[in-house]
Design a binder for this molecule. Structure first.
Ligand code: ZN
Length: 443
């Protein structure tokens, strides 16, 4: 097509690669009119972990529920490992970094440049990052919000997994070091949620526990939460059965104050709580975000994250008022996700995978979603801190930059194949970048 051009994105990537072999650079075709239209659209980022502004000596541990330092090997693909050509690109865009490597002396210069910007911006630094990522509003998946994250730019998404683990968690903790650390953190967070409800331990009756869950959701909602998030696939599988209340109540009554339930018994309680919580979130009009994708850590079971396991939840008539959002494009289960968003209450975001995969793969997956249900596709970055030199700032920028590129390429492919016109592509692009989120959250 006449007004399109070839973006040789991998050309630059491969020229920085120290390996000796040559690969034919792949190209992404992006329509220039579509590109310039979408570059003017400030995004709503469906999922991210921005870091709060802290004073000297202070640290922010609430940007995520999972303790990242408990993971010895993140087990992420090369694009996100040390030496990735993406990092200098993000450093350049944010802090004027002039180098294509990450040598110790150059990274020191970067660190100084970052400190200077942070100092000069103060509490406005996180909003400055959003401006650089062409992002209007970021959904902040955090335990609590914090300094420098104003509610007009950052919308809170708290974690709900801790309430699914109120009993003795020893057998899950004993699986491996990561489960041990993750469950330890869930227990700590449940303790904080209970403390916020003026409780020192879980109540003795199931009724009281269910009302604690509902009150917690209500208080989050009144503190500005717009959705809730499950990261359950890091802790167990997503096969949620539909047990009767009496069965869950029996497990709770026996084990609330005493020994450890069997895995089968604990699952009954967790599955009941998952549905109870999802129903309550629906009543409060808070969409439920679910991690269903690859996960950080070498013990993570990708098969645990298969979104097809959630089909009985998605099909539950009692949960049809609840909107569910599969995070991270449910990648590598993209085809499954495309089928699931045909259901009236199911959405997908593509946070994270625009820098964990190459843009060509992200564009392929995005096209599947766009061809299935374009009103249910949401842009997201999964901005998170990864190391001392790659913070949430870099991942916010990379998610925005490559996420837009993948979206533009997917839409251009659909135009080229005469599935949509340029005008329709512009409309769909704006929907994915912000309007679908507007409709879903109503802010
Ligand atoms: Zn995340």
């Amino acid at each position: 097509m006449g007004n399109s051009r070839l973006l040789l994105i991998l050309g630059g990537v491969l020229s920085l690669c120290s390996c000796g072999w040559q690969q034919q650079p792949a190209g992404l075709e992006v329509d220039t009119a579509l590109e310039s239209e979408l570059r003017q659209t400030a995004a709503i980022d469906n999922h991210a972990h921005p870091v709060a502004v802290v004073s000297y000596g202070e640290e922010d541990h609430d940007y995520d529920a999972l303790p990242a330092d408990a993971i010895a090997d993140l087990a992420l693909p090369p694009l996100f490992r040390e030496g990735s050509p993406y990092f200098p690109e993000a450093w350049h865009a944010l802090f004027g970094y002039k180098y294509s490597d990450a040598s110790r002396e150059h990274v020191l210069i970067l660190s100084k440049a970052r400190q200077e910007v942070m100092k000069s911006k103060g509490d406005l630094y996180p909003s400055w990052v959003l401006n650089h990522a062409n992002t209007d509003i970021m959904l902040a998946n955090r335990v609590t919000m914090g300094r420098g994250l104003p509610s007009d730019r950052f919308k809170w998404v708290p974690f709900v997994d801790p309430v699914l683990f109120p009993l003795n968690n020893s057998s899950t903790k004993n699986k491996d070091p990561e489960h041990n650390a993750f469950l330890g953190r869930e227990e700590e967070l449940l303790g904080r949620y209970l403390a916020a409800a003026q409780m020192r331990r879980i109540p003795s009756t199931f009724d009281e526990y269910l009302s604690f869950v509902s009150h917690t959701l209500e208080s989050w909602k009144s503190s500005g939460a717009v959705a809730v998030k499950f990261e359950l696939a890091f802790l167990r599988d997503l096969g949620i059965s539909n047990p009767p209340r009496e069965s869950a109540e029996r497990v709770y009554a026996i084990y609330a104050q005493s020994s450890e339930p069997s895995p089968e018994e604990y699952k009954i309680l967790q599955d009941y709580l998952f549905r109870h919580l999802s129903r309550e979130a629906g009543r409060l009009r808070m969409p439920v975000h679910i991690h269903c994708s690859i996960g950080a850590g070498s013990y993570f079971r990708t098969s645990n994250a298969d979104p097809l396991a959630l089909e009985s939840v998605f099909n539950d008539p009692l949960l049809r008022r609840t909107k569910f959002v599969m995070l991270h494009g449910a990648w590598p289960f993209a085809r499954e996700a495309a089928a699931l968003i045909l259901k009236p209450n199911i959405y997908v975001d593509y946070s994270g995978f625009s820098y964990l995969t190459y843009p060509a793969e992200a564009a392929r997956a995005l096209r599947l979603y766009l061809e299935a249900a374009p009103d249910k596709v949401l842009y997201g970055s999964d901005a998170s801190p990864f190391s001392s030199s790659v913070g949430w700032e870099e991942t916010a920028w990379l998610g925005a930059h490559y996420g837009r590129m993948a979206l533009e390429a997917a839409l251009t492919g659909m135009m080229r194949d005469r599935e949509i016109t340029l005008d329709e592509a512009k409309i769909l692009g704006r929907k994915v970048l912000r309007e679908n989120a507007h409709g879903l959250y109503g802010f």
